[in-house]
Ligand binder design. Structure first.
Ligand SMILES: *[C@@H]1O[C@H](CO)[C@@H](O)[C@H](O)[C@H]1NC(C)=O
Ligand SMILES: *[C@@H]1O[C@H](CO)[C@@H](O)[C@H](O)[C@H]1NC(C)=O
Ligand SMILES: *[C@@H]1O[C@H](CO)[C@@H](O)[C@H](O)[C@H]1NC(C)=O
Ligand SMILES: *[C@@H]1O[C@H](CO)[C@@H](O)[C@H](O)[C@H]1NC(C)=O
Ligand SMILES: *[C@@H]1O[C@H](CO)[C@@H](O)[C@H](O)[C@H]1NC(C)=O
Length: 480
């Protein structure tokens, strides 16, 4: 499974600022009277039919005559077109001047452009649109270490630079403050695209273009790649092999705030869709791989999974923890305990395990992002090593939020008590935290037993009243 750094809020720490950059716009304003007549294509989001798409290509190649209402001769048109082509100004994808100024609305990524915001949705940019005055997005550069070396510009399709490659269809362009490898971070970056697609007839992109701080990323981690394949089918992550570009996109959606202002209802809708698609992708949706909900006596089955990790944040004594849960589970009719090593599972194994889990008990870590695949109203029990409660900051609540946005009950967490700080620099929290960050998780036999008993009991009551409902929900169809 994927690597696992400390987890942060999806939407925290986004560097934002108020932009004053108008270089691109001002260049065009001088030429605006001419340009307005050159717009020969619709500005609505999905205005292109296949033949319109072809026409777009001809236009781009200059094959279509651009008639300027008879007022200018065609040689004037050619001159203006070529001037426009040469006037396109590329700006750095990562704008250092504004990296430290925090204001609502923008980020250092494509800093000159304002987001579109609709109630309940994540903020996004769409090109071409009325907001872009019909211009499409072009990106130049494929640097993987310095976001200021990659750049962007807007251009009318008729006048994109001669050296540009036009990429047909819809492109999803993402910039994240975090990464595409960690399960939680990756999900935070991709969820807005899934949400946007739901609002737009479940449309699928032709390609991904991925950035982190404006630095290009050529792949996603395997978990995220599979999840996106489950939802959108196979979509290439673009790496601009054809050279440094520019590359201009017939249609593009840009997301740069992760989940940003996405509302709770929207997040739940995205989780519902991803759960449904992942199960279908893994052949579980038809019920074949789904375990029974009731035993032979008609009592609900309670499936408790101890989801283990190796190395950092594993249990100090996994045997002792397993013994406690085994004992408590054995006391309840219909309770089945499953002890699973998360690293040994491929994507569909993870989906399968979680589909068949009512209660997951697991140390804090990205493996818990798999709660996405549990039925709604299932339960999560989370465990932290010492030092986390006191020193880890708000990011340690990532899985509380994850539960909230996927309709799962977070049953709270157990933090190993810290006692005296043993770190070399107890007065410096940040340094002290790195001492504790990758520690292992101890246990408290009394507390674990009481807690397990309580959650198993609750689950039994819930499932007793719910056997029929959950049976139906497992065969419901996905909204996309
Ligand atoms: C441009 O105008 C000429 C004559 O004014 C006309 O013959 C031609 O069909 C027009 N082309 C387009 C693409 O509208
Ligand atoms: C972006 O929004 C700000 C504040 O609303 C506005 O002043 C600015 O002109 C906008 N910029 C563009 C390029 O639309
Ligand atoms: C782990 O727990 C088991 C069961 O409580 C105990 O027998 C064993 O000694 C413990 N191991 C260590 C290394 O503490
Ligand atoms: C989850 O629980 C809520 C509140 O108890 C209930 O209204 C809802 O129907 C449940 N959902 C499912 C899928 O069981
Ligand atoms: C273990 O948990 C019990 C019950 O919550 C608590 O009373 C006790 O103080 C805990 N023991 C330690 C060593 O923290």
């Amino acid at each position: 499974m994927d690597t696992d750094e400390g987890l942060e809020a999806c939407t925290k720490k986004r560097s934002s600022f108020h932009s004053t950059i108008v270089i691109v716009t001002s260049t065009f304003l001088l030429l605006f009277p001419v340009v307005i007549h050159l717009q020969t294509y619709p500005l609505r989001l999905f205005g292109y039919s296949t033949s319109a798409s072809r026409a777009f290509f001809y236009t781009w190649r200059g094959l279509a005559a651009i008639n300027v209402t008879g007022q200018s001769s065609s040689s004037d048109t050619i001159i203006w077109t070529s001037k426009l082509r040469e006037s396109i100004t590329f700006l750095p994808l990562k704008d250092l001047r504004v990296a430290r100024t925090a204001m609502e609305g923008n980020t250092w990524f494509m800093s000159s452009l304002n987001d579109t915001y609709e109630e309940n949705e994540a903020e996004y940019l769409y090109f071409p649109s009325e907001a872009s005055r019909g211009r499409i997005l072009c990106i130049k550069g494929r640097d993987t270490h310095d976001g200021t070396k990659n750049s962007y510009a807007l251009a009318w399709p008729e006048t994109i630079p001669d050296s540009a490659t036009l990429m047909e269809g819809l492109t999803f362009v993402s910039d994240t403050y975090y990464d595409y490898v960690n399960l939680w971070h990756g999900l935070c970056a991709m969820a807005p695209f899934v949400g946007w697609s739901i609002e737009n007839e479940c449309i699928r992109p032709s390609r991904w273009v991925l950035f982190h701080w404006g630095e290009m990323r050529f792949k996603m981690g395997s978990w995220l790649e599979h999840l996106m394949e489950a939802n959108f089918g196979q979509v290439k992550v673009e790496s601009f092999e054809g050279g440094d570009g520019p590359y201009c996109f017939e249609k593009a959606v840009v997301m740069r705030h992760n989940e940003g202002k996405m509302g709770k209802q929207k997040k739940l809708q995205v989780s519902d869709l991803l759960r449904c698609k992942a199960r279908r992708f893994c052949g579980i949706a038809n019920g074949a791989e789904r375990e029974a909900e009731v035993n032979e006596r008609g009592e609900p089955i309670i499936r408790l999974t101890l989801f283990m990790r190796r190395g950092s944040r594993s249990f100090k004594n996994a045997t002792a923890v397993t013994d406690i849960f085994t004992r408590e589970c054995a006391k309840v009719d219909g309770c089945h305990l499953n002890v699973v090593q998360s690293e040994e599972l491929n994507f569909c194994d993870q989906v399968r395990v979680m589909t068949n889990t009512d209660i997951v008990a697991s140390p804090h870590g990205a493996q818990l992002t798999n709660m996405l695949f549990m039925d709604k109203n299932s339960s999560v029990m989370e465990f932290f090593p010492k030092g986390w409660l006191e020193l880890a900051g708000i990011g340690q609540f990532a899985h509380h939020w994850m539960a909230d946005q996927s309709g799962v009950n977070h049953q709270g967490a157990w933090w190993e008590p810290l006692g005296e700080k043993e770190c070399p620099t107890p007065q410096h929290d940040l340094e002290c935290f790195s001492f504790y960050k990758d520690g292992k998780v101890g246990h408290n036999e009394t507390h674990f037993a009481d807690w397990a008993r309580e959650v198993i009991g609750q689950t039994k009551i819930r499932k007793t009243g719910n056997v029929m409902v959950s049976k139906q929900s497992s065969i419901a169809s996905c909204i996309c």
